[in-house]
Design a protein around this ligand. Structure first.
Ligand code: NI
Length: 151
């Protein structure tokens, strides 16, 4: 495993649409391993492949319940709505309010090529939506709710 450089939101690559993974090659396995090392090193709860400069539909999430690896993830169900603060490793030191589903469920494949379903509420739902957005070049700042100045 090796840590990779986290790309910043100002870089064009974070605005591109990622390609589906057609075959789980050793490169894809290495990407997953490196992404985990990179995410944990940065104390993040999620990371998407374009954040390490790879335009593949791969994300990882760990909100404290263990590592989840999602290849070609698609959101299949959402419920409710929660406005809460959200950040991104590609936008260091910032956070903003974003409206996300209270519950989200995604279908994906794992590193063994098996179909999996991942679901969660609150932070997990937020992470699922945030990371999958990255695969289509969408950042949370695009969805941030402006806060009223309190003076
Ligand atoms: Ni992010």
């Amino acid at each position: 495993m090796a840590k990779r450089n986290i790309r910043l939101s100002t870089e064009e690559i974070l605005r591109k649409t990622c390609k589906e993974v057609k075959e789980i090659t050793p490169n894809v396995i290495a990407l997953l391993d490196d992404m985990a090392e990179t995410m944990y090193d940065a104390n993040g709860v999620g990371l998407a492949a374009p954040q390490v400069g790879v335009l593949k539909r791969v994300v990882i999430i760990d909100v404290g319940d263990g590592l989840v690896e999602l290849i070609n993830p698609v959101i299949v169900e959402t419920k409710g709505s929660v406005i809460d603060y959200e950040g991104c490793l590609s936008i260091p030191g910032m956070s903003a309010l974003v409206d996300r589903p209270e519950y989200a469920k995604a279908r994906a494949i794992n590193r063994n090529g098996q179909e999996i379903f991942v679901e969660g509420k609150d932070l997990m739902a937020r992470a699922i939506c945030h990371e999958i957005d990255h695969l289509d070049g969408v950042l949370y700042i695009d969805k941030a709710i402006p806060e009223e100045d309190e003076e």
